[in-house]
Design a protein around this ligand. Structure first.
Ligand SMILES: [Fe+2]
Length: 252
């Protein structure tokens, strides 16, 4: 598996707060079969108005502090999670140091109260520049629905659903499951902030329901396509029947 969304660079954002904490999380991910992990600290579009130099330097310094202590598996990749508090500045669109592993794919998020019409416009603008925006955890937004996510995909965005949210009760869990059910999620990730969330949870859930091929697409094949800067494979719709959620939650 490959996890393209984590906050495991120590003391750079609201994620892991020490090298030791990050090493422990990474070791566990390695044991669960996660072969590569992207470190994606938060940055805002507003911070990038005059270029990415400051953000990249901060990230690379934190990476140099972590790198000597990490286990050999998982392999570490670099990226950012860009908060679109305003449209992405032109300078940022041309700077692949901001993308996932220097690919065409930029991991982006919106403020929680985002107006989805604004989001669609901003995503379309990014996509027109040749960059592919990947919307992180759309299931968090109250305005998010399958129809909204479909509109985002139509303007060129790709969709990352949180793997652990798939097994959660409540509205976010339901939204996450609906996106996967309708084939609107391109890949899963953990958004681990130094805790226990991993992409393996979503994988186990889908496998338990008999959807091993879709589980592989969402946790291996499409994340690998991002890492290698290739086109993503369409993910077919699946039926997520109830009943196994409780069992999975007990297992993980
Ligand atoms: Fe995140």
């Amino acid at each position: 598996m490959i996890d393209l969304h984590t906050h495991l660079l120590p003391n750079i954002d609201d994620g892991s707060s020490s090298v030791e904490q990050s090493v422990e999380v990474l070791r566990r991910m390695g044991e669960l079969g996660i072969e590569s992990v992207a470190l994606t600290p938060h940055v805002t579009a507003m911070e990038l108005v005059e270029g990415a130099e400051g953000a990249v330097q901060r990230r690379d310094r934190a990476f140099r502090g972590l790198e000597p202590a990490v286990p050999s598996v998982p392999k570490l990749l670099l990226g950012f999670e860009i908060m679109l508090d305003q449209p992405l500045p032109a300078l940022a669109l041309g700077d692949r140091r901001l993308s996932l592993n220097q690919s065409r794919y930029y991991l982006v998020e919106f403020p929680l109260g985002v107006v989805t019409g604004f989001a669609t416009t901003v995503l379309a603008q990014i996509a027109r520049s040749g960059v592919v925006p990947v919307v992180a955890h759309p299931e968090r937004y109250d305005e998010c629905s399958a129809a909204v996510v479909r509109a985002w995909r139509e303007v060129g965005a790709k969709i990352q659903v949180d793997g652990t949210t798939l097994v959660r009760p409540g509205v976010r869990g339901r939204r996450a499951r609906e996106l996967v059910e309708q084939g609107l999620a391109d890949f899963l990730a953990s958004d681990n902030h130094g805790g226990r969330r991993t992409v393996a949870t979503g994988r186990a859930y889908l496998e338990e329901l008999g959807h091993a091929a879709v589980a592989r697409l969402l946790t291996e094949e499409n994340p690998r396509a991002v890492v290698e800067d290739r086109h993503l494979v369409p993910v077919p719709p699946v039926e997520l029947k109830g009943g196994v959620l409780e069992r999975i939650r007990r297992l993980l």
